[in-house]
Design a protein around this ligand. Sequence first.
Ligand SMILES: [Zn+2]
Length: 378
Amino acid sequence: MSVPKRCTATPNRTIRTAFGAGIAVLFWAAGVSAQSLDPEDQNFWAGAPALDLPLACDFGRGKRCRIAGYVDHDLSEGVSDYQCRGRSYNAEIPQGLGHSGTDLAVLDWKDWADGAPVPVIASAAGVVRNIRDEIADDDQNSGVGSDRACGNAVVVDHGAGWLTQYCHLQKDSVRVKTGDVVAAGQALGTMGSSGWSSFPHVHFAVLRQVGASVVRVDPFTSTTQFETCRRFRSTMWTPSAAEALGYTPVDFIKVGFVGTEPNTRNLLHDLRMEEALSWSEGQDIWVVLYAGGIAQGDLVQMQVLGPDGQTLFDATVKIGDQRYRIFRAGRLKTSTAVTERLAAGQALPTGRFTLRVNVANVAKRIYARKQASAVIAP
Ligand SMILES: [Zn+2]
């Protein structure tokens, strides 16, 4: 889309950047020449920084950090990440509904609290434009107005109208101050959950500013949030960052066997997959699936196979609506197969059990699968 050109700006005016954005960005108009906020204009992309990882953390399968949400390119009721899939969500921004950054997360409060702090680092060299550091970390968004939705934050100015913004940092963790010159990779603070945040993560936003106007840019495609997911110019990530942040349609967050009933709270707090459980009284056995990226209309199958390949649990559901993350669970001890065996006086099998998860699209083609196992004793 075309955005009106701005030739003048008011010095030292405070503006609010859109969602997540809550941090006030102070700017100085001197030196800001007439530029375009139209991404089809070459000038828009002049001076765009190459971006390294904004966190010093391992990403990928089985690693501690993951991408919990992308920029939403659908500013209406729908959701569309840069792959035209649903790994994003709606958040109110002045122009409509759309999450405006990339969420990099440790999706487990206990891991976040007990493990080493996750350093938030400058993704490119620049000058610190603004900081905030006094907001508590919690999962309730408690007492924080929309102007502070971003929580504790750092904004780095990379020149030529390019800024990066790091939101939801841990309280009292920010270690830079306004005006500091930072190198790429330099520590800015640590990951937290301050502001409008319900799990430990950093909302990383790439901003292109001209005068008083700011446009959010998706670093995976060099497209603005207002452009469709089908548009791709180039990646803004360095090769190593691009590799670390490779896309998977379905993000399997927690899959396996657990001894307590899963719920939306413990899934994000401290629920641990178990490797050994027991049929004994007093020990419950659940299988659980917690995942992002599963689309409306998809078929999700959870199947539990016993040591001899016998099926002890098999349930398929069709996902009725678009959801940011889905959660499914089954109680093994009350599954039809188990209760029938018990009614017939048969012993329950013991040994290694396998949980298979298959995700199929509307055409019933399986496009994502995950497996987990546990040993179940008598
Ligand atoms: Zn975010």
